[in-house]
Design a protein around this ligand. Sequence first.
Ligand SMILES: [Zn+2]
Length: 241
Amino acid sequence: MALHQAKICMGCWEHMHLPVPLRGVASMPFRAFGIRPSRMNPNTCTICEMMFTKIMKARHVTIDATVMFADLRGYTSLSQSRSADEVSTLLDTFYDECANAIWEHDGILNKTMGDGLLALFNFPISHDDHARRALRTAHLIQDRWHDIRTTLSEAAGQDIGVGIGIDCGRLSFGEFGHSHTDITAIGNVVNTAARAQAAATSGQILLTEAVYARTQSELPDSQARDYQLKGFETVTRLYAA
Ligand SMILES: [Zn+2]
């Protein structure tokens, strides 16, 4: 499925009923003012990224959202045995595959960190079924990576798979930091999603109970297990999707 390319920014339309053209001739005057498709999701714009400070008059907002972390397994040891070019091509492919899957479900690719990434669902484009969208995105990434993985793993002589963790609930999203301003999500949901991702094996998707509660009907055969996640005092129940 190719990404549906919105003509106007979906975030600005939803939050302000403002038609901000993203593509074509109509977008040209906007581009002169630095308003262009956001790198986090090309169906939203650079105004959306600044929506907190400029429109909501707040540095960050508290929202109900879903956070997904995905990480490329085997990448670190691969980077020791391969050329820098080969490794960066691999990483580009991984980010591209993930970005497309995220955007197809109206999420944003908020951050890339080394061999991993953070995606957020339900802002600036709202969807009540954001947890389901994150789950479908995760399945799509694993499906698409499956073919690449076979070829890559043979060539590399080791498994190059993806581990994914997802949590949902209330979190803060917006600008954090003073000397270096960063637009990102913070809160327990973010930490738990990151830890669930770290616990996931190559090719696995792990969901928290909160995500499972919202996606249960799509997961009739899901297996639950208790994990001792790093930095958590009590065990956390995670579901394999
Ligand atoms: Zn916008």
